[in-house]
Ligand binder design. Structure first.
Ligand SMILES: [Zn+2]
Length: 190
C-alpha cells in the first residue's frame, strides 16, 4: 500500500501501469471499503456470495485491462514481434502494446503513451496517492500546483492568475495525459 504523503513534492513521475494495476489487483484492494472515504459504502457489492467487493476497483481493473487489450486488437494489422513471446501477465500485455505501437508509428506511440500515463495515474489516485498529479504542469499556465479534487474527478490549478473569472481551471486525466505526452516530446526534441 502507498504510505501517506509527507507533503514533499515528488520528482518521480507515475510508475509503470502494469505494476500499479497488479498492486491494485489484490484481495486487500478489491474488498469493500479499501478506497477513500464516503465512496466505499456506495461501491460495496457482494460478488459470488463471498466478501463484499469494491466495485470501483473491479471496474477500474476491467477498464484498464480492456483498453490495452483493445489497443492490441486494433494494432494487429502490424506484424507481431517474436521478442514478446514467453511473457505472461499484465506487464507483458503493456510490453506487447509498446512493440506494436513502435511498428505502427508516432501516432500510435503517442496514443499508447497517453493511455499508459492515464492508467498509471488513475490507479495511483485510486490507491490514495494524490501526489501523483503534482509533477505535472497545468496545461494553461505551465506552472506546477495541480491539486487532485476527488469529487470532481479532475485536477485543479491553484495559481490564482490562471483562474478564469475567479474559477480555477480544472483538468481531466485525459486532458493531462495529452499534455504529458506533448511535454515529453517537446523535451526529447529539444
Ligand atoms: Zn494553471
Amino acid at each position: 500500500m502507498i504510505e501517506p504523503s509527507s507533503g514533499a513534492r515528488p520528482t518521480a513521475s507515475a510508475q509503470e501501469p502494469a505494476q500499479l494495476l497488479d498492486e491494485l489487483d489484490t484481495d486487500d484492494w478489491k474488498r469493500a471499503g479499501s478506497t477513500a472515504g464516503s465512496r466505499a459504502s456506495r461501491t460495496a457489492r457482494r460478488v459470488h456470495g463471498s466478501a463484499p467487493a469494491n466495485t470501483l476497483v473491479l471496474d477500474h481493473l476491467a477498464a484498464c485491462d480492456g483498453e490495452v487489450a483493445d489497443f492490441i486488437a486494433a494494432a494487429r494489422q502490424a506484424p507481431v514481434s517474436s521478442n514478446t513471446s514467453g511473457d505472461s501477465g499484465r506487464a507483458s500485455v503493456y510490453r506487447r502494446a509498446r512493440v506494436q505501437a513502435e511498428e505502427l508509428g508516432l501516432d500510435w506511440k503517442r496514443y499508447l503513451e497517453a493511455m499508459e500515463w492515464r492508467h498509471a495515474t488513475s490507479t495511483a489516485l485510486l490507491m490514495g496517492d494524490k501526489d501523483v498529479i503534482r509533477p505535472e504542469r497545468c496545461p494553461a499556465c505551465r506552472t506546477f500546483g495541480l491539486v487532485w479534487v476527488e469529487d470532481s474527478n479532475a485536477a485543479m490549478c491553484v495559481n490564482r492568475y490562471c483562474a478564469v473569472r475567479g474559477q480555477p481551471r480544472m483538468w481531466t486525466l485525459t486532458q493531462l495525459a495529452a499534455e504529458h505526452v506533448a511535454d515529453r516530446q517537446y523535451r526529447v526534441a529539444n
